[in-house]
Design a protein around this ligand. Structure first.
Ligand code: FE2
Ligand code: FE2
Length: 330
């Protein structure tokens, strides 16, 4: 076993990707299941705060853009559940772990989206923070996770742009609209900073994750990167970051911020966020309502495997293959 784990670490040190069929230490597998499923749950639960605004978007154009964004998040969840399943856990087990509170999702989605400006603030701040977190994950040592992140990162840039565009429109609008934008920034700024998690010194999982190259940068480092990007963006909007201690530190070339309220973070993480119960209850309900769809899909797939409509299925498959070739030619 020692030889296997030495060889495993040597492969990681050589920047080789680990694939599902490869030998891996149980701790590596468990860490990835925890992290990837937490990430998948966040994508899917994250559809709720913005999803509630699809029917209330201020124009047809905004509605189409938001609809596409929320659908993307659902797709991200699917890529990530797929990546987690390659580690030998089923989707049902993963969802169950979230419903019973064993698995977490990002604390940020336990805050309410109260106004249209919140949709802008979420896209601008929360998706920006997601990008800062996720770009290094494209180089994660586990192949399926890294590949899922490559697709996701492309879409996240669009999400960030749509959010910033909403903020820009409000910031250039009436006094009431500017006020709405400022209020959204006031409420989303600190929870966004908490998304990066506590300092690595206080994080129990960090050092092993660095050695396994699941993680490449520390939480504080990533948080700083986000702050340095977001502060000038707020200036362009003419909005004030709600932190009286915020200041530019010429010596380090970074912005310094005031103290983060980690008690609030702990409260939200332990299920006492403003919308924690609502988010989980909604997910449970949707999961129950969709049970018949999953059952129908499973029965359909089993029928195909059994070949009960063999010739028809074969004909359909060859049609699909034709279409695929036609697409490739275009
Ligand atoms: Fe996403
Ligand atoms: Fe996103």
């Amino acid at each position: 076993m020692a030889a296997a784990s030495d060889e495993f670490q040597a492969r990681i040190d050589r920047e080789e990707r680990i694939e599902p069929q490869d030998w891996m230490p149980e701790g590596y597998r468990r860490t990835l299941v925890r992290q990837i499923s937490q990430h998948a749950h966040s994508e899917v639960i994250g559809m709720q705060p913005e999803g509630g605004w699809i029917s209330r978007a201020p124009s047809l154009e905004r509605k189409v853009i938001l609809l596409a964004k929320v659908q993307d998040e659902g797709g991200h969840g699917l890529y990530l559940y797929g990546a987690a399943e390659t580690l030998g856990v089923s989707r049902d087990e993963l969802i169950d772990a979230m419903h019973t509170g064993k698995a977490k999702y990002s604390s940020i989605f336990n805050y309410p989206a109260l106004t249209w400006a919140d949709v802008g603030a979420i896209g601008w701040l929360v998706d920006s923070a997601a990008i800062v977190n996720q770009v290094p994950l494209q180089r994660c040592s586990y192949g399926p996770y890294a590949r899922a992140m490559m697709r996701i990162c492309k879409e996240e840039s669009f999400h960030q742009r749509q959010g910033y565009d909403i903020m820009l429109a409000l910031a250039r609008g009436s006094a009431a609209q500017r006020e709405m934008a400022q209020d959204a920034l006031n409420r989303w700024w600190w929870p966004t900073l908490m998304m990066f998690g506590p300092s690595d010194a206080d994080s129990i999982h960090s050092s092993q994750s660095f050695a396994w190259k699941i993680k490449r940068y520390g939480n504080d480092e990533l948080r700083q990167k986000f702050i340095d990007q977001a502060v000038p963006q707020a200036e362009v909007l003419g909005l004030k970051i709600p932190d009286d201690d915020l200041q530019w530190d010429a010596a380090t070339g970074h912005y310094r911020i005031g103290a983060i309220d980690w008690d609030e973070f702990q409260q939200v993480v332990s299920g006492n966020g403003p919308c924690s119960r609502q988010r989980l209850a909604h997910h449970r309900q949707v999961q129950e309502d969709g049970a018949w769809v999953r059952e129908a899909v499973a029965v359909h797939a089993a029928k195909h495997r059994a070949g009960s409509d063999g010739p028809k299925a074969a004909a359909r498959n060859s049609d699909t293959a034709q279409e695929g070739r036609a697409d490739a030619a275009v």
